[in-house]
Design a protein around this ligand. Structure first.
Ligand SMILES: NC(=O)c1ccc[n+]([C@@H]2O[C@H](COP(=O)([O-])OP(=O)(O)OC[C@H]3O[C@@H](n4cnc5c(N)ncnc54)[C@H](OP(=O)(O)O)[C@@H]3O)[C@@H](O)[C@H]2O)c1
Length: 222
């Protein structure tokens, strides 16, 4: 799978890039600056040490080359970053990782107009883009440690069942337990949970609290 990550130079995007490259995916680390993308890719290739390869590019090039585009930029940049590549997105899967955090009180749920940020993005981009919401609850902290078993499930929401299935598979490829969590509207709960986890991190002085879904038979967990 060719995966283009917009804002892939940041901690969350580069962590996902690392894990997907380890699994053999062809990952493009996108940036507003192609040069920054290449520098980040070189650093990831050093960490990968031959176990996978990534390449760096501008966000436009990453979106053009990949059928699956992943958005990992701060909430304040979500709309602008997607708008910049919107003509390249129709027919593609756009995985939005954005948690709508509003500094400085990022431990406090502050949903835009009380709704999901990714639902607002889907409305803006139109139904021609296969928008999927995922990974908002997974801290970047341990993503670049391939042996670390990340103690957080991934809730995947989309109105496009096939796209959601694809992203559940990508989460599993990243070594994470993932769930079909219903339509895109359900992402509102997932996005809000990120602030809850940040509050827990602060309160308990940890860096990567997570969530687990229970009560599903083992056979269905994978
Ligand atoms: N960090 C985590 O643990 C974590 C966990 C779960 C979810 N998330 C979510 O994942 C997203 C990315 O988080 P992050 O911590 O990786 O963020 P980040 O490091 O602050 O930023 C990621 C990248 O976004 C690009 N960017 C920054 N400002 C931008 C702007 N104004 N316009 C366009 N691009 C801009 C930058 O890339 P270039 O300068 O190279 O373009 C930057 O490297 C956020 O929405 C966050 O809520 C993060």
């Amino acid at each position: 799978m060719i995966i283009g990550i917009l804002g892939g130079t940041g901690s969350e995007g580069s962590g996902l890039a690392f894990r997907w490259a380890l699994k053999g995916h062809d990952v493009i680390v996108g940036s507003r600056s192609a040069e920054r993308g290449q520098v980040a890719a070189a650093e990831l290739n050093r960490l990968l040490a031959g176990r996978g390869m990534v390449r760096g590019a501008g966000n436009q090039e990453a979106a053009r080359a990949a059928p699956v585009v992943v958005l990992t930029v701060p909430y304040a940049a979500q709309t602008a970053a997607a708008e910049e590549v919107r003509n390249l997105l129709p027919g593609k899967i756009l995985v939005d990782v954005t948690a709508p955090l509003v500094p400085p009180r990022i431990e406090c749920v502050q949903l835009p107009n009380g709704e999901s940020a990714v639902v607002a993005l889907q409305r803006r981009l139109g139904s021609g883009v296969r928008v999927v919401s995922a990974f908002q609850n997974v801290s970047a902290r341990h993503l670049k440690d391939p042996d670390y078993e990340i103690d957080c499930d991934v809730l995947v929401c989309s109105d496009d069942n096939a796209a959601r299935e694809m992203v559940v598979g990508l989460a599993r490829d990243a070594g994470l337990r993932a769930w079909h969590a219903g339509p895109l509207a359900n992402s509102v709960a997932v996005e809000a949970l990120t602030s809850v986890l940040i509050a827990i991190n602060k309160g308990y002085k940890v860096s990567a609290s997570g969530i687990r879904i229970t009560g599903v038979p083992d056979a269905d967990k994978k």
